[in-house]
Design a protein. Sequence first.
Length: 253
Amino acid sequence: MSDSKLAGQFFDAAIGLLERVRDEESGNIAAAGAAIADTVAAGGRLFAFGAGHSSLAAQDVVYRAGGLALMNLLAVPGAVGVDVMPATLGSALERVDGLAGAVLDSSPATAGDVLVIISLSGRNALPVEMALNARALGLKVIGVTSVAYADGTRSRHSSGGFLRDHCDIVLDSKIAIGDAELTLDGIEAPFAPASTVVTSALMQAMMAAAAEQLVERGVEPPLLRSGNVDGGHEWNGRVMAENRDRIFYRNGR
């Protein structure tokens, strides 16, 4: 069987996007890492939020080997993944005014914490309102989005603004409107989205920058190890015990 031409084209497209964000977003990635390091060093907490498939990149930095133990998922019931039935309900919830405010008000997030909000389009009510309300509460907001949507689509929030308009730091994923890298004669819809690959890479780069900043300040980053290596469970138990007041995926509120 011969190699797939389209598979190779997808890899080329994804690599090209990764190179772009590495080169063009390096300053913003460093700034986001510094903001996270500031919060960790000051005793604050870290949260990540994304709705729909944007939640995948948020989940990618929560409770995982090689990740900061302090990163918590800020979940909106029904909007985190495609497990809700029907799956279209999750998309509908992204357009509901007031939902983000209710979630934030009942969450442990407070002034001085960092919230990373991931939304590819940044146009729906949920991520825009999440950013607005979080900043009003005194959180520092890092947005991971595609600025192209703000330039080429209309906002679905009552303010007319996009996620990028209400963040302290913005990381641009460079994903084109429609989130599909390939086309082919005989297939009417474009296909092969790369947003998850690129956004997850931005998140991990941000966390690496934060770890680097912490070490430069003489602070050991509270990292988790794999539970599948010898001593991993014991290591993680110690890290979680030392930071129990800042970890909510284990202890609840």
